[in-house]
Structure formats: C-alpha cells, structure tokens
Design a protein around this ligand. Sequence first.
Ligand SMILES: NC(=O)c1ccc[n+]([C@@H]2O[C@H](COP(=O)([O-])OP(=O)(O)OC[C@H]3O[C@@H](n4cnc5c(N)ncnc54)[C@H](O)[C@@H]3O)[C@@H](O)[C@H]2O)c1
Ligand SMILES: N[C@@H](CCC=O)C(=O)O
Length: 496
Amino acid sequence: MTTIRNLIGGHWVAPANGAYGQSVNPAHDMEIVARYPLSEKEDVDRAVAAAAEAFPRWRSMPAPRRAEILFKAAEILSRRKHELGELVTREMGKVLPEGLGDVQEAIDMAYFMAGEGRRLQGETVPCELPNKDGKSIRVPLGVFALITPWNFPIAIPSWKVFAALICGNTVVLKPSSDTPLCAVTFAEALQQAGLPDGVLNLITGSGDTVGKALATHPDVQGISFTGSCAVGESLAGAAAELHRPIAMEMGGKNAILIMDDADLDLALEGVLWGAFGTTGQRCTAASRVIVHERVHDAFLERLARASANLSLGDGLDKGTDVGPLINRRAVNKVLNYIRIGVEEGACLHCGGKQASDGALAEGYFVEPTIFSEVLPGMRIAQEEIFGPVVAVMKCGSFEEGVAIVNGSRFGLSASVYTRNVNLAACAERDLETGLVYINASTIGAEIQLPFGGFKHSGSGHPEAGGRMGAIDFFSRIKVVYRDFSGRLQRAQIDIS
Ligand SMILES: NC(=O)c1ccc[n+]([C@@H]2O[C@H](COP(=O)([O-])OP(=O)(O)OC[C@H]3O[C@@H](n4cnc5c(N)ncnc54)[C@H](O)[C@@H]3O)[C@@H](O)[C@H]2O)c1
Ligand SMILES: N[C@@H](CCC=O)C(=O)O
C-alpha cells in the first residue's frame, strides 16, 4: 500500500488536517491500493495559489517549448506503460488490455497536444483602412479546475491536463477518490518530464468538499468536469453565477441500432464489447440495443449465448473478459436496476445476479445481464445504470429505430449496423448524439477528434480531444488592431 500526498507548487505535501481515505482493488476488496489525503478547503486554497503564481511564467514560455515537455511526458508514459496499465487494473478493475489502452490514450493525447503547440494560431485579416492590420490570437485563461471520474483514471485526466497546459494555463486536478494513485502516478510522470513547479497541482478528497471548493474558488478562471449528470449540472449553476466557462462531459444511455440487412457477426461483437467491455462502466457504453424485428429473435439468442460465455474475474488474469464494478455502491445500484427492470415487466433474459463463486466473492462482480421485451419508456431503457446491463428492444423500421434511439434525455453516442449506404447516411444525419458510429460499436473514440455529448450528456463544448474541441475551450481569442498610418483615419471611410 502506498500513502500518497497532494502535489502543491511542485512539492508532495500531506493534507493540513492529516486525514486519509483508502482506495481498494475492486477485484479483491481487502487489498488497499493507496491511502490518499482527505483534503479540505485550506489545501485547495494553497493549490490554487500555487497555480496562480506559476501562471505568468508558464504563459510566457513559447508554446513550442511547452510542447517539448509534453513530448517528454509522452515518452515517459510510454516507457512506464505496462506498470501504469497494471495499476489501472488494480485500482479501477478494468481488464489489463483496457488498462494498457487507458495509458495509451494518455500517450496519444500528449503527442497530439504537443503537436498543437506549433499550431496555436489565430488569423490575420485585411483591414478596411490603409496602414492598418488586424489579427486574432489565442491566449490562456489562467488557473483551470479539472475534476475527473474513476473510469478512465489516466486517460481522462490527460485529456484535460495536456490541452490546458499546451494553451498556457496552469491547473489544479481533482481526481476521483476511487482512483487517486493512478492520477498521482500520472502527475509524477509529468514532473519527471520537467514541468515547472506549480503548473500542475493535484488535490485528492471528496467531491463535496474538495471538488466544490475548487470549482467555486475565486481565483479559478475555468472548469473542466467529467462525471455524472447530477454533479455536472450542479456545477454548471455555480459556474454561471461566477461567470466562468465550464465544460461538462457527462453520462449516456447509448444505443446500437441493428437493421435487418446488418452483418450480424459484426453487430454481435459490437454489442458484446460495447455493453460489457469495461464492465459497462463507460460513458459511451451500449446500454440499449434496438434490433429490427426480422432478425431480433436470432440475434437475441446469439447475444445471450455469447454473453453467458464471458469470463468474470480479476482483470490481471489472462482469461478474464469482464472485470469487477468499481465499488460496493455500484454493485447495489446495478442490482437495484435489475430489480426495477423485472418489476417493470421486462424479461430477464440472462445474468442478473451478483457473482460470488470462489474468488469472485472477494470483489464487486455482477453477471453480464440482458433484458429483452423492454419498452422504450422503461427506466432501464432511460436511466444510466453504468454497469453490465443491456436493454434489448424491437423495431419495425429504420425510422422507428431512430426514434427509439433519440427518445432519450442523453445524447452521447449511438451506432447503426447496416449494409445500406443510404440508411447509414440517414443515421449520420438523424441520430441526435455527439458521436455516431457506422458498423462499429458506441465506444472507442479517438483523441484527435472532439469528444462530447448532446442534450444532458454534455455542455456543448466538446473539450475532450481534437483541435475544435479542446484548444477552443482551453484558450480564448483576443483581437489586436494595429494602426501604423500615424493619423486619424476615421474621416476617410464610413465607419461605425
Ligand atoms: N462524457 C464523458 O466523457 C464521461 C467520461 C467518463 C465518465 N463519465 C460519466 O461519469 C460518471 C461516473 O463517474 P463518477 O462516478 O466518478 O462521477 P461523479 O460525478 O460522482 O464524480 C466525478 C468527479 O466529480 C467529483 N465530485 C463529486 N461531487 C462533486 C461536487 N459536488 N462538486 C465538485 N466535484 C464533485 C468527484 O469526486 C469526482 O472527482 C458516469 O455518469 C459517466 O457516464 C462521462
Ligand atoms: N473514450 C471512451 C469513453 C470514455 C468515457 O467513459 C470511449 O470512447 O469509449
């Protein structure tokens, strides 16, 4: 077990109150992975002060020089990929190939954002008057509060940290209390890469205390939040009052639509991976599957057979397909939704129980669960469960299928399986989600494009990835006019 500290102004320091919490291995809940500071407002104040102090020098460093540090961070993360991937599996529970993928996403993001250091351009435009020019430039905002969840414990901090830093901001990162050691190890890699003191600060502790104090701190200029709708929307109200920009990446109720002409082998793989990969704990997880009535029964039977063959276990074991849920609260939440589904009259087609045979009793395991005969309005088809539970529905046409997909308060990711190019094009146009996949599952977005949801899944600023998303959110545009005529030009033209 490791005892971790907060990172403030380049130093690893104990919390002022001396209080600690524990993160555990969700596959073996007796194994304590780390003790982490249960920080309070005082610690947040110190971290924000350190970030504010570091800001002027970091902002003045040319972006290509800032990029060199990010390139180095990418190299260090690559060298330490296996160690970090295993840590992700131990602290968060996802299977090792996904743990390694989590780290790889951070490496990709570091390289991508480092490249952006040479492309932080604005524009230069011709002016209406002679001897005058005008340009727009990108400038950083100042100190950013970065608040992150546990399900991508290295990748998600990296989305925010690298984008904020390359634009010249300094940051205070508040990771989830379920995965503090992952965040600390990530921050250590950036320190090793030569990041100046105070540019990245990290404070652990509860959301209600540390997260709230950070998001509402008077010296914070912007907030980037990824997590649940309930928390995100509460922060949005506070951010509006404080007049500061906030990006919110929140939950989903993502759907796969399978048409009668689809390649069913491909669709089956997409549903299995989308619904049960990461134990259903992705914002993009496929939790609704809408199947054309002509292929519904055959597909359902194949899906049930394939999911019954998935092997549950410790994600570090080679044969494991599905790891544990993050904690006991998550197990109770998922089992409660399974009970609700049964009460609502859906058919519990397979799974549905906590798995507790042998070593599984030591962890937070729930069987991959399929409900069939689900109606679109049922709670299991509308609310984010965030576990290995999928609701299968039937549709009679493409239009009906699209209406079911869109009949949700969420709008993060959707996919369609069809061999008909016209239907694929219509899906691309008509699906009301920030991400649309054609003949691929709802998960597995790439970092070089913006990532964000419509409706209650996001704030409409897709700050996670891509130039249009991240760079636009973490910088603002300043316009500069230079008049080098040396005289009053107003008289020469009708000008407002
Ligand atoms: N759209 C995306 O990109 C994306 C990605 C991953 C996860 N998610 C969503 O995240 C959720 C799961 O993550 P979670 O359980 O960690 O979410 P959560 O909302 O409980 O916590 C997210 C972060 O917010 C902090 N927090 C909690 N209460 C707070 C408050 N009052 N003020 C400030 N901060 C507070 C937490 O400590 C944590 O660091 C799911 O809903 C999932 O869909 C979304
Ligand atoms: N990057 C992941 C989603 C991250 C959130 O949970 C995906 O695209 O599936």
